[in-house]
Every structure is written in C-alpha cells, then in structure tokens.
Write a new protein. Sequence first.
Length: 283
Amino acid sequence: MADTAEMIHEDALPGHESTLEPKPEWQPRYPGSGRLAGKVAVVTGADSGIGRAIAALYAREGADIAIVYLLEDDDAAETRRIVESEGRRAIAIRGDVGERDFANRAIAQTLDAFGRIDILVNNAGEQHPDKDITDISEDQLRRTFQTNIFGMFFMVQAARPHFKPGAAIVNCTSVTMYQGSKELLDYSSTKGAITAFTRSLSENLVSDGIRVNAVAPGPIWTPLNPSGGASPGKLEHFGENTPMGRPGQPNEVAPCFLFLACDDSSYMSGQVLHPNGGTIVNG
C-alpha cells in the first residue's frame, strides 16, 4: 500500500476544504464546559470536514489533539491553528492509516508529545461512486477497505496498550450502512463492517473500562463529496432526500462525537448515534 496516497490524490481525494464553496461550518456552537479537560484525543481525518469540527469541539472542551491526516498539509495546518486558538496543544501527523507502520508511528508520536491517549476517533474514510458493480476495480476495492476498516483495526491495535479505564473509542460509520447506497457499494460495505467492528470491540473491551461507540452521519457538506466522492448528479441535489431537505454541517455532527467521548455517555457502549437529517433507521 505504499502508493495509496498518490492513488487517492489522483481522484482529487480527500480534497481541500480551503477551496470548497460554500465553506463547511466547523465552528463549535457553544462555550466549552471542560468535559474533556486534561484529555488527549487522536482524531484521524482531522484536517477537514467532520474531523476538523471534532478537533475544534474537543479542543474547546479541554483536550489536546493529535491531528492525523493523509495529504492536505494546508488544511491540517489550519486545524492545528484552530485547536491552538482554543488554548490547547496540537500536533499534525501526515500519513496513511491504512498502513500498519504508520498507525504505530502516529500513536508513538502522540505519546511522545502528550504522554497519554484517552480518546481515539476513527474518522478517516474514502468513497468512490460507481453506477455498476463491474465498474469497481480491484485496486479501488482494496483501497476503500484498507482505509475505511483496516485503518481502524491498525489504529486501535496501536493504541490499545496505552488505554486506561475510562478511555473511549468513537468510530465513524454511515447512514449508508443502514439504507444502502446504489452508487457506493464498496463504501457502504465498509461501513457495515465498521458497525459490526464497533459492537464487537465494545464487547471485547467493556470489561476493561474502555467504551466503544460510533456515529452514523447522513449527507454532510465536507470536501469528500465534491472532490470526487459523489457523482455530479447526486452532488447537484446533495442532501435534499433527507426529511430535513438539506445536507448537514460538520458542526452538527461533532457534538455526537463529543457526547460519546465524555462522561455524559458513561453508561453507553456498543451504540450508534444518527445525525442524518431525520432519516429513520433501525440501529
């Protein structure tokens, strides 16, 4: 997988938030209340989109942040600036979570910088629209699974020895896991795997005082879709098929990740929250 980053970049993914119009809304909506005071969080895919909104909100609530990202140095630098503007420490770590060695390095760099890890947010992901299953190349299939689900395994495996009771893992699944998506066959399949991974990992870790939950966003306005993650036809009416009739914003999703990372959700594990514009799902 040494060429994964270059292959993804050829598809314009993950995309620059700095060039996106209109700009996604990442700003936290409320003053902080110290719910993550003294904590350290690793957030993958934190350079833009939902990941940036999570990093900003976690920082406002008192956490130091390791910003893990694939390619977009300018976006990662902006997220770091946002975290530091909240009075918290931040480091930016560039690499592919789908490579086990990088996951190990990312956790090691976080420990070197901050001395601990309390929260792991597995948010990094990629998607590629295809109208027919025969259009999905083997390289694309392997790459989507490598990033979306292998990356979560690698990050958890690297972080697990350093978790203490009270630690939290929050994974990003998707409404497509519950509804399906005719143009995102490989992506939706990885999201099904992520939901099963979340529930199974919760069972595995809960007796050690480590909670594992997930968030299943609906259509959210981030660089992922306009940079090649959605077909032009779907992008033109992006989010209009939700009951609310619009796409969501990253700062409408980040509070779910905060809730599941802090003690407000101390009696929840193996669960999924659904910020999806009112779509009813069974899950």
